[in-house]
Ligand binder design. Structure first.
Ligand code: B16
Ligand code: MG
Length: 217
C-alpha cells in the first residue's frame, strides 16, 4: 500500500511559476528575445541552467560560459527578490489539509523540487517541518524528466518506489515519476499531463484520491 507521498514544490504546493515567469521574462528582455506563458509552461520542473539555455537558444548570438553563469545569477537574484514576501497565505488550496491528513494517517512526506530555492520557500511558507526529507536539487545528477530526484527521496525515506506516490504539475515531472516506477498524480490539465495515473485541477482533491488508493490496495 502506498504510504509515501513525494511532492513537487513549484506548482503543487505554491504557485511560484508566476514569479519564475516574471524573472525569466526580464532576463529574456535583457538579452532581446521573447518569452511567453507557453515558454514558461515548457520550463516547469526544468532546472535553472537548462531553462536559461532554452531562452538563449532564441538569440542569434552565442554566450560564453561566464556570461551564462552571470545571466543565471541575474535571473536568480530577481527571483529571490520576488519570493521574499512569500508566506503561508500562498499555499495552494487543499495543500495544508492534505499535509495534516497524511501526517494523521502515518504517511511519510518528501519533497522533490528541482529548485535550489526550495529550502527557503518552504521555510517562508512555514511548512518545512512537514517534510521527512527534502531533496537537494544541487546534488541530483540528472534533472526531471529523469527519475533521479524521486528515487533519491524514496531511498532516503526507506520506501520502495512502488509504495510511493509522486505529485507533479509539470510534464517533465510526471515523466520522472513514472520513470521512477511510482504512481503519478498530476495537478493541472489532463490533456497535457496524460502520462499521469490520475489528474486533478488543484490539490484540493488529493485527500479523496489518497483514500481511494488506500482502499484499493
Ligand atoms: P531554481 P519544481 C522548478 O521547481 C521550477 O518548476 C522551474 O521553473 C525552475 O526553473 C526550477 O525549479 C529551478 O529553480 O532556479 O530556483 O533552482 O517545480 O521542481 O519544484
Ligand atoms: Mg512543479
Amino acid at each position: 500500500t502506498p504510504k509515501t507521498c513525494i511532492f513537487d514544490l513549484d506548482g503543487v504546493v505554491v504557485d511560484t511559476a508566476k514569479y519564475h515567469f516574471q524573472a525569466w521574462r526580464r532576463l529574456a528582455e535583457f538579452v532581446g528575445v521573447a518569452f511567453t506563458h507557453e515558454d514558461n509552461d515548457n520550463l516547469k520542473g526544468v532546472g535553472r541552467m537548462e531553462s536559461l539555455d532554452y531562452i538563449l537558444a532564441k538569440s542569434p548570438r552565442l554566450f560564453s560560459n561566464k556570461e551564462r553563469l552571470a545571466l543565471a545569477d541575474q535571473k536568480n537574484d530577481d527571483y529571490k527578490e520576488l519570493i521574499k514576501g512569500i508566506n503561508a497565505a500562498e499555499l495552494l488550496p487543499g495543500v495544508s489539509d492534505t499535509f495534516t491528513w497524511l501526517r494523521e494517517e502515518g504517511w511519510k512526506i518528501g519533497l522533490a523540487s528541482a529548485s535550489r530555492n526550495a529550502p527557503q520557500v518552504i521555510k517562508s511558507l512555514g511548512v518545512e517541518g512537514v517534510f521527512d526529507y527534502v531533496a537537494d536539487a544541487g546534488k541530483i545528477l540528472n534533472g526531471k524528466p529523469a527519475p533521479d530526484i524521486f528515487l533519491d527521496v524514496a531511498r532516503a525515506l526507506n520506501s520502495a518506489p512502488t509504495d510511493a506516490i509522486g505529485v507533479e504539475d509539470a510534464v517533465a515531472g510526471v515523466t520522472a515519476i513514472k520513470a521512477a516506477g511510482m504512481i503519478a498524480v498530476g495537478i493541472g490539465d489532463p490533456a497535457l499531463l496524460h502520462e499521469a495515473d490520475v489528474v486533478m485541477p488543484t490539490p484540493e482533491g488529493l485527500i479523496e484520491c489518497f483514500k481511494l488508493m488506500q482502499a484499493k490496495a
